[in-house]
Design a protein around this ligand. Structure first.
Ligand code: GUN
Length: 291
């Protein structure tokens, strides 16, 4: 058995960011302004603060403009909707992202629906979800897009592959299934209630694990040679009391059988922000009539 290939999400994301930086410079030269990404953070969730900071830094590093709005947890729905309305109208803003989860009491569905679909760089608006389903050009959710790019980094054509997506969330499971269908995979969406989940996963040439349960997918569930994309980021207890990050796949077990696998951390995670920057540049180019 040849050694399993590790899919280096960090390196692939870096290459993607360099490509986006070139495109962002061209956009600025042609339009006389940088592409702009507005990120809205409500409340003080520590993980969200870290993500939002990274998004801002990487936006600037790529040569785009970062606009950040940090609002207190007590912000009302009306105030938040007012801000979205202003960002929708602001010509210098090409992409709008509202960091989730929102504090209790705020209706995230209504906020997402208020975002102009042309600026919805998360791809969460029902119009973009519908366009993805019907195969029309759309802004595609970032993590699913990252998963597909990682799978294609080891298998440039995914045509005809049996793909099993474990997880059915609106943010990852459902959109990644649609993207794989568009790549001509035969797609199964499995989940925690699937009967004989190990048997279903064993059919897969490509497994996308996005259930949010630490190390749930075991090595003996995986067909030898399969490509495994692990979306999970779970912190579990470790001897030193700090905890350690693991994916939804039992990595060491899987590594012995797979053809290629993404590590956690360093696999899907770094791709998400890179894909957000790509969506921002795409949205900017379309809005400026350049794409
Ligand atoms: N929180 C965790 N992941 C995401 C994401 O992809 N987009 C937004 N808006 N919030 C998130």
């Amino acid at each position: 058995m040849p050694e399993a290939k590790l899919i280096d999400g960090k390196a692939i994301a870096e290459a993607l960011r360099r490509e986006i930086a070139t495109g962002a410079a061209r956009f600025a030269a042609r339009t006389g302004r940088p592409a702009g990404l507005a990120v809205v953070l409500v409340g003080d969730d520590p993980a969200s603060q870290v993500y939002v900071k990274s998004k801002g830094r990487q936006t600037i590093e790529t040569g785009m403009r970062s606009i950040q709005h940090r609002l207190p947890a007590e912000t009302s729905q009306l105030e938040l909707m007012g801000l979205i309305e202003r960002l929708n109208k602001d010509e210098a803003v090409d992409g709008i992202l509202v960091q989730l989860p929102l504090p209790p009491g705020l209706d995230s569905g209504a906020v997402i629906e208020a975002i102009d679909p042309a600026k919805d760089v998360d791809g969460f608006h029902p119009v973009n979800a519908g366009r993805l389903m019907t195969g029309a050009p759309s802004l595609v959710p970032c993590t699913p897009l990252g998963c597909v790019l990682l799978a294609k980094s080891v298998s440039p054509s995914l045509k005809g592959l049996e793909a099993v997506v474990v997880g059915r969330s609106n943010i990852v499971g459902k959109p990644v299934a649609q993207l794989l269908l568009a790549e001509d995979c035969t797609v199964t969406i499995a989940h925690s209630r699937t009967r004989d989940l190990p048997g279903v996963v064993r059919r897969a040439d490509l497994v996308v694990a996005a259930v949010g349960r630490p190390e749930m997918v075991r090595g003996d569930w995986i067909k030898p040679g399969a490509i495994v994309i692990d979306v999970g980021i779970n912190r579990i207890a470790s001897g030193d009391g700090k905890g350690r990050l693991v994916g939804d796949v039992a990595f060491e077990e899987a590594r012995a059988v797979v053809g290629a696998i993404t590590p956690v951390p360093g696999g899907v995670g770094p791709m998400t922000i890179a894909c957000l920057l790509r969506n921002t540049l795409d949205a900017a180019s379309r809005r400026a009539g350049l794409a």
